[in-house]
Design a protein around this ligand. Sequence first.
Ligand code: DSN
Length: 418
Amino acid sequence: MNRLLSQVDPDVAEILDAELGRQQHTLILIASENYASKAVLQTQGCIMTNKYAEGYPGKRYYNGCEFMDRVESLAIERAKQLFGVEHVNVQPHAGSPSNAAAYFALLDPGDTILAMRLDHGGHLTHGLKQNFSGISYRFAFYGVERDTEQFDLSRAAAIARKHKPRLIIVGGSAYPRQIDFAPWREIADEVGAYLMADIAHIVGLIAGQVHPDPAPYCDVITTTTQKTLRGPRGGIVMCREQFAAQIDKAVFPGLQGGQMMHTIAAKAVCFKEAMEPNFRSYQAQIVRNAQVLADTLLRNDFRLVSGGTDNHLMLVDLDSKNITGHDAANVLEKAGITANKNVIPFDSRPPTITSGIRLGTPALTTRGMKEDEMRFVGEMISQVIHAPHDLQVRERIRQQVKELCEHFPIYEDLDLWS
Ligand code: DSN
């Protein structure tokens, strides 16, 4: 329990303590979640939160920005080195504002964007009607094929020729296969479109060099920093030098005012951590763990969208299991395993119910779990979903989850708030 906070605000202290316990004693399989390092947590909770620094290093609207300039410049230089890009804006508060900034910089309202369908693995900001993207721009979509459940480049090219988008987006939040960006460049060039990669999910795999690099092919690359990258909750936009001024103008003053300097400092820390040699082996282990978890589920008679995974996540089709994604995620949570319901391609159920769940391995890999543990986790998931009403099974698994978590402790001696 945090001593200072428990005196000032025992209510919030008690909630934080309970959430720490949840993160320590349950298995987190939400593909977009991870455990940020203690150094990142410490920096994100630091005194940089006190400062306004609107503008950019050397060109601020406030005085007293010497150290803001230093830390933002450091974050920018590290990100440029890590991703091999010409320009980086580290100010976006999250992934959605990063995407908004890219559109705002490159497009006019009403322009056409080609993106992957949300219900085939895309993202809200890739054209959902109720989202700013769908409200402000015209979207055309490519999706996955019924037989392979992977996108087909020749079909995507045909859709691009028909709709002549001004921007093509590659990437999403629930696509389990590797993306090669080179052929997308050819499609974009053929139709005269900008090419943008949204690498929010696979950013760590790219930084760790276990997945193809978008930098040589894309005009703009957007990402979050809290997922596979293990950084603070936030976003960045990377681009070719020719778009640098437009992107910076779009982020500030276009979309945001004062940036979160504490988060920018924490981004600098996470970029440094991602340049350490062990970051590559960590990312390779995330992928190996996902493949072993996928194989274990396949052996237990589960169907996976596209037959498996190449990255950190998989989509489990529960249609033949007589349970919805909604119910499966809830029963797993009761057994101490956190996952999220997720639509699968061509799902007959709505996004609030779904026929699938999405599982990812970044957080468990951060705890140090490897192939053996993934087999065990897969078996536990299988037992819970095959007997969702059996309270004895649920209790036994809950106990096993607790023991597994004790063998792979996380955030021991967390003294950030004392
Ligand atoms: N909400 C994130 C995810 O879970 O994939 C995407 O923004």
